[in-house]
Design a protein around this ligand. Structure first.
Ligand code: SF4
Ligand code: ZN
Ligand code: ZN
Length: 303
């Protein structure tokens, strides 16, 4: 770290952020982290006063740092917060991640619920991965998480669902869809997705926060996070894009994501509204007769 002082109080720096050309002590880094989230919530009109915000908390550094930031902003910005924790039953991982999520939710005194997929549906993510061997576990996990977070947020009548996707996640998704020339997915890619019938609006307040800063936040505040890694991580995801984004400097990632939102996205034209009907089984929105989640359930003869 270059020899500098905290730009706010001139004390010994805890971290130097090259992309911001600024050093911060522990306390002022935490403040910088939270203020950037607040600025982006306002700038992109993510939360209105009096709204009920559901937050998916996995116990990982991203959702935990978002939980703490939103909890410290909720009074000033006048919104309500409610935590949703999914227990997907991944061996040697879910137990620890649920515990970390619950500890943090209790520490910030936010009401929450834990949804155990095995208890409610009779299968775990691992059971599903064993059954559907040809499919990437992260894509099965994505279907389950998207469906359940939306379902639970709808049930508690949340106005929005906040997720911990950070700058690096956004950049990875953007590049993946760009390489596949998936224009419809690019048109829909946004830090804020409006609500539709039985689909809660989604917000990504960390979309301009580098992944490294979430790690630094966790170190600076000593909040507990899951230390283990999901056994499926990186085994199946797109390593080339993952490594490419890792190598990019934070400045470049910010330019890429901001440039996309402000310069490219408006030129792509309006999002072609995906025509959604109702799933025959569960009544939630679906592009086909049966939604992807219910199709998974059917492979276990559930329903
Ligand atoms: Fe789910 Fe993949 Fe994340 Fe594991 S690494 S929790 S399977 S999305
Ligand atoms: Zn300071
Ligand atoms: Zn369904």
């Amino acid at each position: 770290m270059p020899r500098r002082k905290c730009i706010k109080c001139s004390s010994k720096p805890f971290v130097y952020l090259k992309y911001a050309n600024a050093a911060f002590c522990r306390e002022h880094f935490v403040d910088f982290f939270v203020q950037r989230i607040k600025k982006n919530i306002r700038k992109y009109k993510m939360i209105k006063e009096k709204e009920k915000i559901a937050i998916g908390v996995s116990g990982g550094k991203d959702s935990v740092s978002l939980l703490h930031a939103l909890s410290s902003l909720k009074k000033e910005m006048k919104f309500e917060l409610y935590g949703i924790v999914l227990d997907l039953g991944i061996k040697n991982f879910s137990e620890e991640s649920v515990k970390a999520a619950e500890t943090n939710l209790k520490n910030v005194e936010i009401e929450y619920e834990v949804f155990n997929i095995k208890k409610e549906y009779g299968f775990t993510l691992e059971d599903m991965v064993m059954r559907i061997k040809y499919r990437n576990p992260c894509s099965i996990c994505g279907v389950i998480k998207r469906y359940l977070l939306n379902k639970l947020a709808t049930e508690i009548k949340a106005d929005k669902l906040a997720t911990g996707h950070n700058l690096d996640d956004f950049a990875r998704f953007l590049l993946t869809e760009f390489i596949s020339m998936n224009i419809d997915a690019l048109k829909r890619l946004s830090p804020i997705t409006p609500p539709r019938d039985k689909m809660v609006g989604r917000i990504k307040p960390l979309f301009l926060t580098p992944e490294k800063d979430c790690n630094t936040y966790v170190k600076a505040t000593d909040v507990p996070v899951v230390r283990g890694i999901c056994p499926y991580k990186l085994k199946f995801s797109n390593k080339t894009i993952f490594e490419f984004v890792n190598k990019l400097e934070e400045n470049r990632k910010i330019t890429l994501v901001r440039g996309f939102i402000h310069k490219i996205k408006p030129r792509l034209g309006k999002t072609s509204e995906l025509k959604l009907g109702k799933c025959k089984e569960c009544g939630f929105p679906s592009s086909g007769e049966i939604c992807s989640f219910c199709k998974l359930c059917k492979s276990f003869n559930i329903h």
